[in-house]
Design a protein around this ligand. Structure first.
Ligand code: MG
Length: 338
């Protein structure tokens, strides 16, 4: 834990410090079979039906950014956690924590955006809550969403299903969300050229499961901590390594330039509309084609594979054929990114 035993902003960064906080403070107190698995949603059996259940809070700053806002983010973030768990999103809850003094027009705008996002997915927000705190006790507007999804019958995904030789696919360019937010905050010139990928991956996830069933071994949305965190979370669970090729990872050139300028590793930057898919070697090409047939999967790529070595490390082959270990990010990179 941190030296002064207080919560740091980095505890919310989705990296090593978040992981330590979850394990040492939260799971040690509340942990149980389901929670300890640290999956994107809990799977619950009710009669003959399996449902997925998840929750997420949103504190992004600023509230509005190119490509989305906190309302769209709150809906899509929860939809994505349900979708990557192999379920079809059914219903959401939405709870608001509002700061005294917030313009009602701002709230309206955010809610309209949330409404559009649920409509696109053909689902509904069916319950919610509203709380107001004194000016200064929160920053304008925080949102919590929870969601329930119906587990797809063909889905059989989990860390334990991943084996050596499986391919790693990412559904599009990485780093767009994080760098858009960051350049917005920094007031960078090329801010307008970047757009958050904030959006749903439910179509991609649903289609690959429907077509390929249990050849889809695992899926996760690489949000806070980016691709680096997601791949490290995988290797930590499977006790096998992952090798990725830098030349195969899709990155928007402006996003790359912004990351370089601000000194960020693009692999550690948050995404809000991407999915990492671990698929059997035999069906990898088919999976890639399905991703590319989806509106937000056009830039999908096979970026590497699960290696045969027993070392649970993520290794990157650089463009000039060098090698480096991709570490779990520490977490202080980008506070309040989602
Ligand atoms: Mg997730």
């Amino acid at each position: 834990m941190s030296a002064n035993n207080k919560i740091l902003l980095a505890h919310g960064g989705g990296g090593r410090l978040t992981d330590e906080l979850i394990r040492n403070v939260i799971l040690s107190t509340l942990g149980n079979y389901s929670l300890n698995k640290l999956t994107d949603s809990a799977e619950i059996k009710i009669g003959q039906t399996n449902i997925c259940f998840t929750t997420d809070s949103f504190v992004v700053k600023p509230l509005f950014f190119n490509g989305g806002d906190i309302g769209k983010l709150a809906v899509c973030g929860t939809i994505n956690d349900l979708a990557v768990s192999g379920s079809k999103p059914l219903v959401l809850s939405l709870s608001l924590i509002l700061e005294e003094g917030l313009e009602i027009e701002v709230l309206r705008k955010v809610l309209h955006s949330a409404a559009r996002a649920v409509k696109e997915e053909n689902i509904e927000i069916v319950c919610g809550d509203t709380k107001v705190v004194e000016a200064g006790s929160a920053d304008k507007l925080f949102i919590n969403t929870s969601g329930i999804g119906l587990k797809l019958l063909k889905a059989d995904i989990g860390f334990e299903r991943i084996t050596a030789g499986d391919k790693i696919i990412v559904s599009g360019t990485i780093g767009d969300h994080g760098m858009t937010i960051m350049s917005h905050r920094e007031g960078m010139k090329f801010e307008s050229e970047m757009k958050s990928d904030c959006g749903s991956v439910a179509q991609i996830c649903g289609k690959v499961i429907e077509a390929l069933g249990d050849d889809i071994k695992f899926m996760r949305d690489p949000t806070r901590g980016g691709l680096a965190a997601t791949l490290n979370e995988i290797v930590n669970q499977i006790e096998l390594g992952i090798e990725i090729q830098e030349s195969q990872i899709p990155v928007n050139p402006t996003v790359r330039a912004a990351a370089d300028m601000l000194g960020f590793d693009i692999l550690e930057i948050a995404n809000e509309g991407k999915v990492v898919i671990v698929v059997s070697q035999q069906k990898a090409q088919k999976c890639l084609e399905i991703c590319r047939s989806c509106e937000n999967g056009k830039d999908a790529a096979i970026i590497g594979e699960v290696s045969k070595s027993g070392e649970p490390l993520v290794e990157l082959e650089t463009k000039i054929k060098g090698r480096r270990i991709v570490q779990m990010p520490y977490g202080r990179e980008l506070p309040r990114i989602c």
